[in-house]
Design a protein around this ligand. Structure first.
Ligand SMILES: Nc1ncnc2c1ncn2[C@@H]1O[C@H](COP(=O)(O)OP(=O)(O)OP(=O)(O)O)[C@@H](O)[C@H]1O
Ligand SMILES: [Mg+2]
Length: 442
């Protein structure tokens, strides 16, 4: 059964797979379910083992299902990774109606027109991010619907991803028995929840400090301008502790979570703990200052890489500063270190909702808010399909409203068949993508 204004999202990270179920009522979000499982098939932000990834997804889904006492049939999948690229796009159409009033159909057509660019065989379009509309030469229009005009243009960014990476990801979701309600660029979605309008307008870097990776996304002029993933994250900090204290990775992770401090000048020598050493049954006494001497240099290195990526993306000055999300943003002393390194506004974004007040829930939360914001255009297919716990799972219900919105899973399968079929499906997928990302009327 499709549950109106309810969304199930899937964030497949290196450390954890997270499922979140959120219900939007009168503009406010209620998180009604959560499921989380350790991620065992992902390294450095990429899938290295499909079966392990499927297992992690299933575990997270089952936990969430128990919370809501229903079976989950479909999910909104967040995509991220270094294979994603943004490039400028531009579409032009003549306004179709006799009275020259711009309507939804014109917007659809101009976004479709902007997608007609050549992309390499091995890549495909994930999202379109419109940045402005131009009506008869007047630019900076964010929503032209209802305006009068003859010529409608759209300028924006097109997000493409490596086909193989996207397919691997979506195949894991399918193999876990889930339909794909929608896919969304994770940083774009996270920005919806983590950033203020002012920050996005002025220029801000959203930095997701994850486990195996750190994702830097720059927003400016109200929209996402670039995103990049660095293959270093909190897991590397734990690794360094394991080497520095000659202890197991598990023990190092525990120590990091309990005593970790990222800023040497404020770490306490009095805060002591014992460490089980590899190859010895004599635990060793250590203190937080020694620990900070390991954590700070690695964190500093991550921040330096973040600054470099921002520059590489073409930004020197971001008046909105930095906003941190992700599990590593929880590390005490991280703000102090960042403040010491950068002369910028820096804050950690934490969801303000019961049960999910942690920076690592920001991506899931963003996916819900983002999908809801754009639901009007995406159609009702994005709503959660839930089945009571004691009934068999139901799958691939035909779309109710819009025929063209085939489940993406089918699109992927049939594209591997014959060429004409693949082309037809490609058209459908393009349509779906374009429906998805008429997203900007915020
Ligand atoms: N309280 C804490 N202090 C320090 N680090 C923490 C804390 N809580 C979680 N972490 C770290 O956060 C990391 C996991 O973050 P997160 O859950 O955002 O990653 P992920 O989404 O699974 O991975 P990625 O985004 O890299 O694919 C781990 O390295 C974990 O040790
Ligand atoms: Mg993550």
């Amino acid at each position: 059964m499709s549950k109106q204004n309810t969304y199930v999202t899937l964030d497949i990270g290196t450390t954890s797979v997270r499922v979140m179920i959120g219900e939007m009522t009168n503009g406010s979000l209620n998180v009604i379910g959560m499921g989380e499982a350790p991620s065992i098939g992902i390294k450095k932000g990429a899938i290295v083992d499909i079966d392990d990834t499927v297992q992690s997804i299933r575990q997270a889904v089952e936990k969430a299902e128990r919370m809501i006492n229903s079976k989950i049939n479909n999910v909104v999948v967040g995509v991220t990774g270094n294979h994603l690229e943004l490039q400028p796009c531009h579409g032009v159409v003549a306004v179709s109606s006799d009275d020259s009033e711009i309507n939804d159909e014109d917007i659809n057509r101009v976004i479709d027109a902007a997608q007609v660019i050549s992309i390499p065989q091995e890549r495909e379009i994930v999202n379109i991010i419109p940045q402005q509309f131009i009506v008869d030469g007047r630019d900076e229009i964010s929503d032209p619907r209802g305006m009068l005009g003859v010529r409608l243009e759209m300028e924006g960014m097109i997000v493409t991803g490596a086909k193989t990476m996207l397919r691997n990801l979506l195949r894991c979701v399918e193999k876990a028995g889930l339909d794909i309600a929608e896919i969304a660029l994770q940083p774009l979605a996270a920005g919806t929840a983590a950033l203020s309008k002012d920050e996005k307008n002025l220029g801000v870097a959203l930095v997701d400090l994850g486990g195996g990776s750190t994702t830097v996304s720059v927003f400016e002029g109200g929209t996402l301008r670039g995103t990049s993933q660095i293959q270093v994250g909190g897991d590397h900090i734990a690794n360094d502790i394991s080497v520095g204290f000659r202890t197991s990775k598990e023990e190092a992770e525990k120590i990091k979570l309990e005593y970790g401090y990222a800023f040497i000048p404020e770490a306490s020598e009095q805060e002591t703990f014992s460490v089980a050493k590899i190859g010895s049954d004599q635990p060793e006494n250590r203190n937080q200052l020694e620990l900070a001497n390991i954590i700070e240099p690695r964190t500093e290195e991550i921040f330096e890489m973040v600054a470099k990526e921002i520059q590489r993306l073409g930004f020197n000055d971001l008046p909105g500063g930095f906003v941190f999300t992700g599990g590593t943003a929880k590390m005490p002393g991280i703000l102090e270190l960042a403040n010491d390194m950068f002369n910028q506004n820096i804050r950690v974004a934490v969801p303000d909702y019961i049960g999910v007040r942690e920076p690592y829930y920001m991506n899931s939360l963003g996916l819900i808010k983002f999908t809801h914001q754009h639901m009007r255009i995406q159609g009702e297919d994005v709503f959660a399909e839930l089945t009571p716990a004691d009934e068999p799972r139901n799958h691939r219900q035909p779309p109710k409203k819009r025929e063209k919105q085939k489940p993406r899973e089918e699109t992927y399968k049939s594209r591997e068949t014959t060429a004409p079929q693949a082309n037809r499906e490609k058209g459908q997928m393009k349509k779906k993508v374009s429906n998805m990302f008429k997203t900007f009327f915020e």
